[in-house]
Unconditional design. Structure first.
Length: 376
């Protein structure tokens, strides 16, 4: 295996050296004076990144923990909710809500389809409403990014609570009630931290499902006193603090634009070598590019060869798409040369696997697309 490693998945994503340096510092006590300023600053910076006046609750868990917290705090057993599912993570919302005894209705799409606001309005009308509607903004299993603003507007019109699994929608002021995310994607920090922001409307609508660790009120009280109710991963919080400072220092709009440009470069590079996109060819698809494997090529072989020969890790398809698509992530600590490295290696491996692709054009086209986007 190549000694140099490249991580180009949609999560976890690469971590900047400055963040790794902060994480490697000596561990401090979570209730002592060394940690509290870092904790306070991180919570304040999270509000800036989420662009919310509401407190952002921080949990030591994978992002799925934040998803579970939303279900546990909002849903009472037997209460009707609607899950909009168009991929792996939509199915996860359904599984969590079902585990908590909610009456789960679905608006289901084939993997790769984009949820539609008119469909959602029709489904809510048919159901005569639902307490909460669970949405996935960026469905990284397929590369699809929905029109979250339009979907949230429909939910609000029907009196429901919009609950969003969000990566690239952080900071969008679209009257969302609950937004959950994790540290390992756009926030450029290793896995292990999850966060959720809650509107006052959602606070008032909390249900009575059993909960303990993920209880929002317990966490809010602890954070208000800078005294987390349970031991936080102090080293990860220190790293998150640095990562958030980097994002805010660069400017959120500039960060968003960079992700759009990287997505365009990846898609244009893939198309230039004759590959067909699975994810939409839209600037909203700034998180991950999903690409169909050429006829006769197993994407699993491509993913393995990239890792073994070049130290490059990209993502296979999930579920029924395994072996049929491959995914290149470009959200977080990436630049255009990470994308061109991945594309060049994909060219080499696909050619060796017998695919008929046009050689030597992907990198040039990707760089052109990145610069074109910069001048728009």
């Amino acid at each position: 295996m190549s000694e140099k490693r490249y991580l180009l998945t949609p999560g976890p994503t690469p971590v900047p050296p400055e963040v790794l340096a902060a994480i490697s510092q000596p561990v401090v006590h979570h209730r002592g004076p060394d940690f509290k300023p870092v904790y306070e600053r991180s919570l304040a910076r999270l509000r800036e990144v989420f662009r919310t006046q509401s407190e952002v609750l921080l949990f030591a868990s994978a992002g799925t923990g934040a998803m579970e917290s939303a279900v546990a705090n909002l849903c009472s057993p037997g209460e009707r909710v609607l899950v909009v599912s168009a991929g792996h993570f939509g199915e996860r919302w359904r599984a969590i809500a079902s585990a908590y005894g909610a009456e789960v209705e679905t608006l289901e799409y084939a993997w790769g389809e984009i949820p539609n606001a008119d469909d959602l309005a029709g489904r809510l009308q048919e159901l005569a409403g639902a307490k909460a509607v669970f949405l996935t903004h960026s469905e990284t299993s397929t590369g699809v990014v929905c029109d979250l603003q339009a979907l949230a507007a429909v939910v609000n019109e029907h009196g429901g609570l919009s609950v969003v699994d969000a990566v690239s929608s952080l900071g969008a002021a679209w009257s969302l009630d609950v937004v959950v995310s994790g540290s390992q994607k756009a926030l450029m920090t290793p896995p292990g931290l999850a966060m959720v922001t809650v509107s006052e409307r959602a606070w008032a609508a909390r249900g009575d499902a059993p909960r303990f660790y993920f209880d929002w009120e317990r966490t809010r009280k602890g954070q208000a006193a800078l005294n987390a109710p349970f031991t936080p991963p102090v080293s990860l919080v220190a790293g998150l603090d640095v990562a958030l400072g980097m994002l805010l220092g660069a400017g959120l709009e500039a960060v968003f634009d960079r992700h759009v440009r990287l997505g365009r470069a990846c898609r244009e590079g893939a198309k230039a070598m004759g590959l067909e996109l699975f994810s939409p060819d839209e600037d909203r698809s700034a998180v991950v590019t999903a690409i169909q494997a050429p006829d006769g090529i197993d994407a699993t072989e491509l993913v393995s060869a990239l890792r073994d020969r070049f130290g490059i890790t990209i993502a296979n398809g999930q579920g029924a798409l395994k072996g049929k698509i491959f995914r290149i992530g470009h959200i977080g600590y990436f630049d255009v040369f990470d994308i061109t490295t991945a594309l060049a290696a994909v060219e080499l491996v696909l050619a060796d696997l017998g695919a008929e692709i046009e050689r030597g054009v992907a990198v040039t086209r990707a760089l052109e697309a990145y610069e074109e986007r910069a001048r728009v």
